[in-house]
Design a protein around this ligand. Structure first.
Ligand SMILES: C[S@@+](CC[C@H](N)C(=O)[O-])C[C@H]1O[C@@H](n2cnc3c(N)ncnc32)[C@H](O)[C@@H]1O
Length: 330
């Protein structure tokens, strides 16, 4: 963690803290970093290669701890992903660790040109310079770690929309690795909550609009960016980050569905027509399915619900329970 400590103790990064009160009193419009250095933190990095190098090395320290913990806690998140773009990927440490752990993945390390021009070279990783507010390179999935915290809600929504445009329609997901502030302040997590709150102050010192977010605040920006569903996995190993996965469409969640007591198959037909990624099983007693409609992506299966139900991601059971109520003992 040496580079991290050297960065945080450098005169460049300490100076904004000395005038933080001006921001709190509302005497300035921009970040205190900009007030002190005359430009924002990213332009400063572009103009000062030594600072840029130290900043990227410091971020790599965090990546080594957090990405290893992500891989340990939830490697399954990366199954089925062939290409991934790391937005604001810094010197490429996150992706290097990821492709080492997941040899089936190819990565794109995407960051500002002055950052990727000095990023590591690594097999199966391409370094691409650009601006995430304009366009994000296309891939099956996006990972975005400790980037959204640097921005206010409006900018986060714009960045997340660009991430959504970049990912595959079917298996696309955006994997956000960020802190989630716990409003309940659970006792066992109090130290980590304090670190997250300290990071919130750091965002105030270094950025114009950045902040740490509660779950409710994350749900707001993710919802506004148009994601249909998300899951959250806290990372173990004492890190302040969690993994928030945004799905581009419901297809990532339900691939197969069985309709129990399906009758002639009308419900399932309407469903698979509306959700073209779903395959269905129309399940009912044999004499019913033997005269059910035939339809692409639907298999008619005869059987007795009280014996078994065919396997699928999801079961739909409509009206049948009412029909059999009182007719069977178990
Ligand atoms: C706090 S660092 C996080 C780096 C890395 N993701 C990590 O966690 O180690 C934020 C990153 O966002 C990048 N960044 C800032 N503005 C950007 C933009 N407009 N387009 C692409 N990347 C940007 C910075 O250069 C920096 O590498």
């Amino acid at each position: 963690m040496a580079a991290f400590i050297l960065l945080e103790n450098s005169p460049v990064m300490l100076a904004p803290w000395h005038v933080l009160s001006t921001r709190i009193k509302g005497n300035i419009r921009n970040s205190v970093f900009e007030e002190v250095h005359g430009e924002d933190i990213w332009s400063f990095g572009a103009a000062n290669p030594d600072h840029n190098k130290l900043f990227n090395e410091a971020m790599a320290c965090d990546a080594r701890v957090v990405v290893s913990a992500v891989i340990e806690s939830c490697i399954e998140v990366f199954k089925g992903i062939e290409t991934i773009v790391d937005v604001g990927g810094g010197d490429g440490t996150t992706l290097r660790l990821l492709v080492e752990a997941c040899p089936w993945i190819q990565g794109i390390n995407f960051d500002l040109p002055h950052v990727v021009s000095v990023a590591q070279e690594c097999d199966r990783i391409e370094n691409v310079g650009g601006d995430m507010f304009d366009c994000v390179p296309k891939a099956d999935a996006v990972i975005i770690k400790l980037v959204l915290q640097d921005w206010g809600d409006d900018e986060c929504i714009r960045i997340l929309k660009k991430c959504r445009e970049a990912i595959a329609e079917d298996k696309g997901k955006v994997i956000v690795v960020e802190a989630v502030i716990d409003e309940k302040d659970e006792k066992e997590d109090i130290k980590l909550t304090n670190v997250r709150l300290m990071l919130d102050m750091a965002m105030m010192a270094y950025t114009n609009t950045g902040k740490e977010r509660t779950l409710k605040e994350w749900e707001y920006v993710l919802g506004e960016a148009g994601f249909s569903r998300h899951t959250i996995t806290p990372i173990h190993a004492n890190t302040v980050s969690s993994v928030l996965i945004q799905f581009n469409s419901y297809s990532s969640i339900v691939d197969t569905i069985v309709d129990v007591g399906a009758g002639n198959g009308t419900a399932l037909r309407l469903l698979v027509e509306a959700c073209p990624w779903i395959g269905g099983i129309n399940f009912d007693i044999p004499h019913v399915v033997s005269v059910a409609q035939e339809y692409d992506r639907i298999e008619n299966v005869g059987g007795d619900t009280f014996d078994y139900v065919p396997k699928a991601d999801v079961v739909i059971i409509k009206v049948s329970i009412y029909m059999v109520k009182g007719n069977r003992e178990n």
